[in-house]
Design a binder for this molecule. Structure first.
Ligand code: ARG
Length: 441
C-alpha cells in the first residue's frame, strides 16, 4: 500500500488483509475530479484565513489544477494501492510539491471531504439523469405523434376494460417521468454543499470564510458539523428516486414484453433491440426489456442496502458509511443505461395496427361501459343500467350474438330504451374514445 494519510501513532505495519478489506479506491476513484475541486476551494479558504501564505496558495492551486486537467484528459493514473481517492490525490500533490503539500489537509478531514466530493458527484449525475429522462420523454412524445389514431384495448387486471388511445397510454409514462423529474429537482435543490465540518466538531476557521460561490458551485458553512458528517439522507433520497424511476421503466418494459408475444402481437421490437436463442433459431427475445424489469431488484436492493447500513449508526462518521458508494454508483449507472436504451427502443417499435384493430373488433364487451352511459342519458339509474348491460353482454357471449347485429325487438328484452340504429353508431372505437372528455389532450 502507498503512503497513508495517518500512521503516526502506529508502531506496526497494517496487515495486508486489512488494507485490502478497508480500501475504497476501487470505486471511489470516480470522485477524483470532485476531490480536487474541493481542495481548490479549501486552498482559497486556508489563504483567506491566513493559515497559508498567498504564495503557498498559488503553488497549491496550480498543482491542483494540473491534476484536475490530467483527470479530465484521463491521464491521471489512479493508484490502486492507495487507501482511497483522497489519499491518492494527496500523495500526487506531495509528489508534485513536496513538503508544502503537507499543509493542504489543515482544518480538514476525510469525513467532510468525502461528503463534499460525493455531493458534487451526485449533482453532476443528477443533471445527467435529468437530461437522459428528458430525452426519453421526447422520444415518447415522438412515438405518441406517430401512433396518432391507434386505439387499443385499455386493461385493468390485465383484462379488456375500455378502449383508449395508444398515445394516452404512452403519455402516462411521460407523466411518470415528469413526477420523477420533480423528485430529482427537489433533491438537487435541497442538497446543501458544505465545508467546515472538519472531522465532526468544526474548525478554527471563521464560518463566513466557508461561504463561497465559484463556477456554479455554491458552498455554505456547516450549521452543525456533527450532523453534516453523519448525514447520508441525500444518498437515500437519490436511491429512492432512482428506484421509483426504475419501477416506472419496468412497467413500460413489462407491457412491451406482453404486447410483443405471439398471443398479443401488438408490437414488434426492432432487431437491433432484441436478442436470439442459442438453440431455437426462430426466437426473437425481449432480453433488454427483461433486464430493465429485472434491474428493479438491484435498484431496490441498493436502496435497502444504504438504509440498513445507516440504521442505528452512532452519530459522527463511521467507516460503515464508505459502503454508501457502490450501491449509489450502481443505481446511477443502471438508470442512465436504461433511459438511453429505452429512448431508442421506443422510437423503433413497429405497431401492428391491423392486429390491434382486429382484436378490438373481436370484443364488443369493450363498449359495455359506453352502453351504460347510453342508458344513463336516457334516464336509467346507473345501477340498473349496469345490471342491464351486464345481462346483455352475458347473453351476447353465451349465444355468440353480436350486439351490433341485434334488432330493436331483441334489444327490447333487456330495455325498451335501446334503439338498434343508435347502438350501431355507438359501437365504434373512435366514438368510444372521443366520448371520454375528461382527458386533457
Ligand atoms: N473512504 C472513506 C469513505 O468513503 C473516506 C472517509 C474516511 N474517513 C475515515 N475517518 N476513515 O467513507
Amino acid at each position: 500500500m502507498t503512503k497513508k494519510m495517518w500512521g503516526g501513532r502506529f508502531k506496526k505495519k497494517t496487515d495486508p488483509l486489512v488494507e485490502e478489506f478497508t480500501k475504497s479506491i476501487d470505486y471511489d476513484y470516480k470522485l477524483a475530479k470532485y476531490d480536487v475541486l474541493g481542495s481548490i476551494m479549501h486552498v482559497l479558504i486556508l489563504k483567506k484565513s491566513s493559515l497559508i501564505t498567498n504564495k503557498e496558495a498559488e503553488k497549491l492551486g496550480s498543482a491542483l489544477k494540473k491534476i484536475y486537467n490530467r483527470i479530465e484528459k484521463k491521464k491521471f493514473a489512479i493508484d490502486r494501492k492507495a487507501e482511497d481517492i483522497h489519499t491518492n490525490i494527496q500523495n500526487a500533490i506531495e509528489k508534485e510539491l513536496g513538503s508544502l503539500a503537507l499543509k493542504l489537509h489543515t482544518a480538514r478531514s476525510r469525513n467532510d471531504q468525502v461528503l463534499f466530493d460525493l455531493k458534487l458527484f451526485c449533482a453532476a449525475e443528477l443533471n445527467n439523469i435529468q437530461g437522459l429522462s428528458l430525452a426519453l420523454m421526447e422520444s415518447l412524445k415522438t412515438v405518441c405523434k406517430k401512433a396518432k389514431g391507434i386505439i387499443i384495448p385499455g386493461y385493468t387486471h390485465l383484462q379488456h376494460a375500455q378502449l383508449v388511445y395508444l398515445s394516452d397510454y404512452l403519455g402516462s409514462f411521460i407523466e411518470m417521468l415528469e413526477r420523477d423529474n420533480k423528485r430529482l429537482e427537489n433533491i438537487k435543490n435541497s442538497m446543501k454543499l458544505t465545508l467546515g465540518a472538519g472531522a465532526l466538531a468544526g474548525t478554527p476557521i471563521d464560518a463566513k470564510l466557508y461561504k463561497k460561490e465559484a463556477k456554479g458551485i455554491k458552498i455554505e458553512p456547516t450549521t452543525n458539523p456533527i450532523d453534516t458528517v453523519s448525514d447520508r439522507d441525500f444518498v437515500i433520497e437519490i436511491l429512492s428516486m432512482l428506484s421509483i424511476l426504475g419501477m416506472h421503466l419496468s412497467r413500460l418494459a413489462e407491457d412491451l414484453i406482453i404486447w410483443s408475444t405471439k398471443e398479443f402481437n401488438f408490437v414488434e421490437l426492432d432487431d437491433a433491440f432484441a436478442t436470439g436463442s442459442s438453440l431455437m433459431p426462430q426466437k426473437k427475445n425481449p432480453d433488454v426489456l427483461e433486464l430493465i424489469r429485472g434491474y428493479t431488484g438491484t435498484l431496490n436492493g441498493n436502496l435497502i442496502s444504504v438504509l440498513t447500513m445507516m440504521k442505528g449508526l452512532s452519530l459522527g462518521y463511521n467507516r460503515d458509511m464508505q459502503l454508501d458508494k457502490p450501491p449509489l454508483f450502481s443505481s446511477f449507472e443502471i438508470i442512465a443505461q436504461e433511459l438511453q436504451i429505452l429512448a431508442k427502443l421506443v422510437e423503433r417499435l413497429a405497431w401492428n395496427r391491423r392486429v390491434i384493430k382486429k382484436r378490438i373488433e373481436e370484443d364488443e364487451a369493450l363498449y359495455a361501459t359506453d352502453l351504460v352511459y347510453y342508458l344513463i342519458k336516457k334516464g336509467v339509474p346507473f345501477k340498473r343500467a349496469h345490471d342491464i348491460i351486464g345481462k346483455l353482454v352475458k347473453f351476447s357471449l353465451d349465444k355468440g350474438r353480436k350486439i351490433k347485429g341485434m334488432k330493436d325487438t331483441e334489444l327490447a328484452k333487456f330495455s325498451n330504451k335501446f334503439k338498434h340504429s343508435e347502438i350501431a353508431r355507438l359501437l365504434d372505437p373512435l366514438v368510444s374514445v372521443k366520448s371520454r372528455i375528461s382527458i386533457k389532450r
